[in-house]
Design a protein around this ligand. Structure first.
Ligand code: TXA
Ligand code: MG
Length: 305
């Protein structure tokens, strides 16, 4: 175990915040069983208290202790954990995931990240750890150590550097409270979920899904326009070759959706630093992780009500 990881575990135990790198985005983490620690997360992010947090765990036994995992949950955990999938299940132990962490709900969101440093921290700590994305509320999620420090560096006792996040968009969220529902798109697609547990229930109206899905979310300071093939001004996030002569950020020259997801938030931030009149983004196919990319872009553009 490195000195950094040991320091992070000690900080969590004390009730301090840390930056937790994961395969999706950097998290702002605190122990989930201590309301005095969890409240620091809401304060540092400026996050509304009605928006519940994901409890991260390093092993399945802890997941079973905190939540009630049925056959579907176990099958999905077996298929995708560690990995970018969050499962919403009934809460079993309201002390291990405190009321504030769950925003008072009788359910809990659980996830085991696929990231060596994160797993070392979680397994070393041996408790559930809340970790929303380490951005201030409403801003793009950080996918590098430097971006996490820029967002919430002053709030943490230890800022772990686990390198650039390979996935780049937040985990898929699936609710198993009654019928299985796809609450938030991520790297694990609807088809991959359905292949394990059968058909998903139809999507319900935004706002009745995940409580925290605010419309203007993931937004840089500059206005964002999506589905733009020929930008006329400002910065451009391209997907494949472009003839635009202004500042171009190439999400993926070879039109690879996974590469585009990994680059998305970092390039939104880099484009925003130029203080452009507008950030235009190329059309992104909605298949696979493209659904998650389009979901985040629509929110950045303020299109989801
Ligand atoms: O990839 C990720 O999931 C990252 C990394 C750091 O692990 N974390 C993350 O956390 O994205 P956050 O807090 O930004 O997103 C949590 C999402 C929100 O949409 C929230 O509403 C939903 O999970 N959620 C949490 N608990 C829930 C519950 N009991 N019922 C329904 N949705 C829930
Ligand atoms: Mg977030």
């Amino acid at each position: 175990m490195t000195i950094d990881v040991a320091a992070a575990i000690a900080a969590l135990r004390t009730g301090d915040l840390i930056h937790l790198p994961t395969e999706t985005v950097y998290g702002l983490a605190a122990r989930a069983d201590d309301p005095a620690a969890v409240i620091k997360v809401f304060e540092a992010k400026g996050r509304p208290r009605f928006n519940p947090l994901i409890v991260h765990i390093g092993d399945i036994a802890l997941a079973e202790a905190i939540g009630v995992l049925d056959d579907r949950a176990r099958a999905l955990a077996k298929a995708f954990w560690p990995g970018p999938l969050t499962l919403v299940v009934p809460v079993r132990d309201t002390g291990m995931a405190c009321d504030l962490a769950r925003a008072g709900l009788d359910s809990v969101a659980l996830r085991m990240p696929k990231h060596d440093m994160a797993l070392q921290v979680l397994r070393g700590a041996g408790i559930g750890v809340v970790a929303p994305s380490a951005n201030r509320s409403g801003r793009p999620s950080p996918t590098t150590h430097a971006d996490a420090v820029e967002e919430t560096g002053t709030a943490v006792a230890v800022a772990l550097d686990g390198g650039a996040c390979p996935v780049g968009v937040e985990s898929t969220v699936v609710s198993l409270l009654d019928e299985a529902r796809y609450l938030r798109a991520g790297a694990i697609t609807r088809e991959e979920i359905a292949a394990i547990i059968g058909p998903l229930a139809a999507d319900v109206a935004e706002g009745h899904r995940s409580p925290g899905r605010l419309s203007l979310h993931y937004a840089p300071a500059a206005p964002v326009r999506i589905d733009v093939t020929a930008p006329e001004a400002g910065a451009y996030l391209a997907f494949g070759p472009t003839g635009y002569t202004g500042p171009v950020f190439q999400l993926s020259e070879g039109r690879d959706l996974r590469e585009a997801a990994a680059n998305l938030f970092r390039m939104l931030r880099e484009a925003d630093r130029l203080k452009p009149v507008v950030i235009s983004v190329a059309p992104i196919p909605a298949e696979g992780i493209g659904e998650a990319i389009n979901d985040r872009l629509k929110r950045a553009a303020g299109f989801v009500g």
